[in-house]
Design a protein around this ligand. Sequence first.
Ligand code: CTP
Ligand SMILES: C[C@](O)(CO)[C@H](O)COP(=O)(O)O
Length: 238
Amino acid sequence: MRAMQTSPPKHFAIVPAAGSGARMASDRPKQYLPLLGQPMIRHALATLCAAPEIDKVFVILSVGDAEWARYDWRDLEPKLVPLFCGGPTRADTVLAGLRAIAGEASAADWVLVHDAARPCLAPWHIDKLVRELAHDEVGGLLGVQVADTLKRADEHRHVAATVPRDSLWQAQTPQMFRYIMLRRALEGARNVTDEASAIEAAGLRPRLIEGDATNLKVTYPLDLHLAEWILNNREGMN
Ligand SMILES: Nc1ccn([C@@H]2O[C@H](COP(=O)(O)OP(=O)(O)OP(=O)(O)O)[C@@H](O)[C@H]2O)c(=O)n1
Ligand SMILES: C[C@](O)(CO)[C@H](O)COP(=O)(O)O
């Protein structure tokens, strides 16, 4: 890691892309499934590389990734850098990425972690997150407020309770934290499914920045169709 800095903090994107996409049950890791003629992962990478706020984009692939080399990424270089050091869980992958960029990142630089599986990331999502968190001590994440009535099910799928939805949010990405704070939090965290949970476990309170439902995570086959529709019908959605 570089020594204390006096220049403004940099913004690095880390894109964990070492998952297998088990719930998608496809013939290849879901980040490489075709979406509008490109591997899904390319959509978010292109948006991050085009963002003036972002200095560099590190995509963290599994050690044995056999798909990346099948595609031409030259138009996104040199801003885009692939690192083949993903781990068995999303948190392991992000932490491996943070360790790998230690020579480039300073403690106070911002890191924006964004799922490869969220292809509908838009420039205004990045802009809003970076602007609203610029002077925040902790950092935060995009999210959307829960809109539906929530039910807790019993083991027979009968409703056991209606859960008050006031102040409940769905977490999205990017999630943006200072390099050293995020690295230490992930080094001390267990079983976290997002960066904010690691920061929370360290006793801090990440800020929720309101995003929108278009930034969906592609998890099941239907989500890929929804993502295609969103990307084709973006005009005027901002
Ligand atoms: N060991 C892992 C697991 C997940 N991810 C990444 O984390 C993001 C969000 O995870 P998710 O949507 O759950 O992807 P998968 O783990 O691939 O899907 P599944 O849980 O269905 O297997 C994805 O970009 C995925 O590639 C990762 O980099 N390393
Ligand atoms: C980080 C995330 O996308 C926020 O919603 C989500 O937690 C990833 O979780 P998954 O369980 O790996 O799908």
